[in-house]
Ligand binder design. Structure first.
Ligand code: GDP
Length: 177
């Protein structure tokens, strides 16, 4: 689905608290809504953006928390995504160490042979609370053969690059120049 102009569908994955909603709202360009209750939520944000001088419609899905026992990935979200943002927090080693099994599961379940997956090391602004170094994140990405980027949703550092990079990855996989 989706020609050159999209829509491209991007799914945010990762454990509770790593910053999925913060990244989605950084993308949407609106301030976070009222504090969420404990219910799992599902939101999508749609925007037109220009990447490499070409307009595209990007839809970002924030499908709530995964990673807790059992319900890691709903099948529907795996089928939805043209690309996946696998988010962890650099201040939470647990969210980092559980990436590999999650990614294997994602690849096994995906109907596409090789969906673009970007490892997102979020909360890079929290230097003193950091538990996972830039180098560790990078080598994990090499090991898992995905892209890697450090972001701060709070400061909106690298967030634009993240979403533009995802669009480029999707275009590349589709053989667009
Ligand atoms: P989610 O459960 O993955 O959707 O995580 P949230 O987006 O709700 O973020 C969890 C908490 O981390 C919230 O208090 C956010 O304000 C905070 N947070 C998210 N991203 C960042 C970031 O880049 N830097 C900092 N300092 N805090 C962040």
């Amino acid at each position: 689905p989706g020609g050159r102009g999209g829509p491209y569908r991007l799914v945010l994955l990762g454990e509770r608290g790593v910053g999925k909603t913060a990244l989605a709202t950084a993308f949407a360009g609106t301030p976070p809504g009222p504090p969420a209750d404990d219910e799992p939520h599902e939101d999508s944000y749609e925007r037109r953006l220009s990447v490499d001088d070409e307009e595209v419609t990007l839809i970002v899905y924030d499908i709530g928390d995964q990673g807790e026992a059992g319900g890691w990935l709903q099948e529907s979200c795996v089928r939805t995504g043209d690309a996946f943002l696998l988010v962890f927090s650099v201040t939470d080693r647990g969210s980092f160490s559980r990436l590999a099994p999650a990614l294997r599961r994602l690849r096994a379940d995906s109907p596409r042979p090789d969906p673009p997956i970007i490892l997102v090391a979020n909360k890079s602004d929290l230097a003193r609370a950091r538990e996972v170094s830039l180098e560790e994140g990078r080598s994990m990405a090499v090991m898992l053969s995905c892209k890697h980027i450090e972001t701060s949703a709070a400061l909106q550092h690298n967030t634009q690059e993240l979403f533009e990079g995802a669009v480029r990855q999707i275009r590349l996989r589709r053989g667009h120049p």
